[in-house]
Structures are given as C-alpha cells and as structure tokens.
Design a protein around this ligand. Structure first.
Ligand SMILES: [Mg+2]
Length: 209
C-alpha cells in the first residue's frame, strides 16, 4: 500500500476485508471454533458441519446475492441448524454466530504496512472512508477492534447502501459523506472486480492491493 501516491488527494475510499487485515486466518479461526462447539455441545461431526455450512452458505449467497446480508453468519448458521436438526434452532444459530465473530475479532490485526499508510494519509489531512460489503454491525465491530477511528472518518456498508460493490450507489454514498468529487479521490481494495472496477466506473482511480 505504501507505493500509492498521496499527493493532491482530498479523500481515500478503502475496502476493509482482506485489504486492511488478512481475512483468511480470522475466518479459519472463527469457523474452527464453531466446529469445536458443534461437536462438543451438539455431537455434530466436523464432516457433517462442513457439509451443512456449505449448503447453508451457498443458499444464503444465492437468495441474497448483491445484498449485505448475503454474508450473514447468523443466516448461514440458521440454515446449518435446519439441515442438521430438521428444524430451525435459534439458540444454535445465535451461539454459532457469536462464537464465529468473537474468535474472528480476537484474531484480527492490520496487514503489514497498513497502519503506517493510514497514519501517513491522516497526517496529510486526507479524509478516509471505509467502503465495505457486509452488514453494519459486524463491520463496526471490526472498526472498533482495529481502532480505525484514529485514522478513518466514515464507514459505508453494503447493508446501509442497499447494494454491494461494484454497484454505483455504495461509492456515491462514500463521496457524499466525504464531500469530495470522484476526481479528488482514490479507492484501494483487494478485489479487481468489486473495488477497482467499481471505482473506475465512477471516475475514481482504483488501486488493487
Ligand atoms: Mg475485500
């Protein structure tokens, strides 16, 4: 990220997941904790859990494609309970969601170089806004865990915008909050499709990291 030029910028739009921190180790830790809990408390084998999670996740992705809630671990876990118990089990679903995110958040940490970049941008007086696909509550919890308020001014989630990247409105909402024009900003993210192409379609220069 440190190669990105900051001269003459009014604002930076930033993706959160897999841009500011590495997603995979956090997901893996959260998911494994769910499997341990399912095995211990509900005697569900790892194999059955894996199969039910995949079915649940795929169904939620399919049904809610393009919306923030398409990534909801609570909805995945609800479907897992329906596959495994033959009926909805809100106790199980809520327990899994809580376990997943608690362990996920315990694991979250900045990628190397990210904090230095944010510090430098902040010192230059550049406003920053997170532009992220997921529900507001968990993205705010990640914000708190990383203490992003030290550097970042605004958050836009796809739940709030009603559309995911590369949709236009999620970027428009960020520009509106920042009080900036597209040509005064850059967008930084890990996804060519969502972050870079989404930004470029709005006239915002995009950087893939
Ligand atoms: Mg990302």
């Amino acid at each position: 990220m440190n190669h990105i030029p900051l001269a003459n910028l009014k604002a930076i739009l930033l993706d959160l997941d897999d841009t500011l921190y590495a997603y995979k180790p956090c997901h893996q830790a959260g998911y494994e904790a769910c499997k341990v809990l399912a095995d211990k408390k509900y005697t569900i084998s790892n194999l059955d859990f894996d199969a039910a999670w995949k079915l649940g996740r795929d169904k939620v992705h399919h049904d809610l494609h393009g919306q923030g809630a398409s990534h909801s671990r609570l909805l995945y876990a609800q479907k897992v309970s329906e596959h495994l118990f033959g009926k909805s089990n809100p106790v199980f679903a809520l327990e899994m969601e809580e376990t997943y995110w608690n362990v996920f958040l315990e694991t979250i940490a900045f990628k190397p170089g990210v904090e230095e970049f944010l510090k430098e941008a902040k010192a230059k007086g550049i406003k920053m806004c997170i532009v992220t696909d997921l529900t507001a509550q968990i993205q705010m919890q990640k914000w708190l865990k990383l203490d992003l308020g030290r550097y970042i001014d605004f958050l836009v989630s796809s739940e709030e915008a009603g559309i995911e990247k590369p949709g236009k409105y999620i970027f428009e909402l960020a520009l509106e909050k920042l009080g900036a024009r597209a040509d005064e900003c850059i967008m930084i993210g890990d996804s060519e499709e969502k972050d870079v192409k989404g930004a470029v379609a709005m006239g915002i220069k995009g950087y893939k990291v």
